[in-house]
Write a protein that binds this ligand. Structure first.
Ligand SMILES: Nc1nc2c(ncn2[C@@H]2O[C@H](COP(=O)(O)OP(=O)(O)OP(=O)(O)O)[C@@H](O)[C@H]2O)c(=O)[nH]1
Ligand SMILES: [Mg+2]
Length: 161
């Protein structure tokens, strides 16, 4: 059976590449605290509960920007979305839900691919913070609390994937 393809998408700087590297187990994608670091698609592989998964890291999506580089990144992300069996939408607990998250969520709903919602930067273990529950407003079902930095929560998220 061919490996399922999982695309990691979201707005800039939420930690998509950090999650990708954590799942792949290697620092393939460049991580930096400035938006727009990833511009092309980056391909990797991981194994979860005996199943291999193809992972695709993508550049941050800015849905309405006319900037030529941001448009190119959006196109690359759309290619990854079109080729994916499942999409992981990465968001950021520390910023809460922002308008761009809603825009990207709408883009994904149009793709009619199954979406797993990841709330990244949930670095504290235990009960999620109140801000976590805001992410139900994206209308993508139960969010998964993840810390890509530490790896917490990635198992439950992969189960869902
Ligand atoms: N505290 C915390 N910081 C994180 C976590 N994951 C990523 N970061 C930080 O968030 C910043 C952005 O991480 P990236 O992985 O480059 O984010 P990205 O979504 O790939 O960014 P672009 O490629 O620019 O769209 C970096 O400073 C990371 O160290 C996390 O789980 N917890
Ligand atoms: Mg990146």
């Amino acid at each position: 059976m061919p490996k399922p393809v999982v695309a990691i998408v979201g707005r800039p700087n939420v930690g998509k590449s950090t999650l990708f590297n954590k799942l792949v187990g290697q620092r393939i994608a460049i991580v930096n605290d400035t938006p727009g670091v990833t511009r092309d698609r980056i391909f990797g592989e991981c194994e979860w509960r005996g199943r291999k998964i193809s992972l695709v890291d993508t550049g941050g999506i800015e849905p309405y920007s006319d900037d030529i580089i941001l448009k190119q990144m959006r196109r690359q992300a759309q290619l990854a979305i079109d080729a994916a069996d499942v999409i992981v939408l990465v968001t950021d607990l520390t910023s809460g839900v922002v308008a761009t998250d809603h825009d990207v969520a709408m883009m994904l709903q149009k793709s009619s691919r199954p979406v797993v919602l990841c709330v990244n930067k949930c670095d504290k273990v235990g009960e999620p913070e109140p801000a976590f529950y805001e992410f139900y407003n994206l209308g993508l079902g139960d969010p998964f609390a993840v810390s890509s930095l530490h790896g917490n929560g990635t198992g439950d998220m992969l189960d869902a994937v």
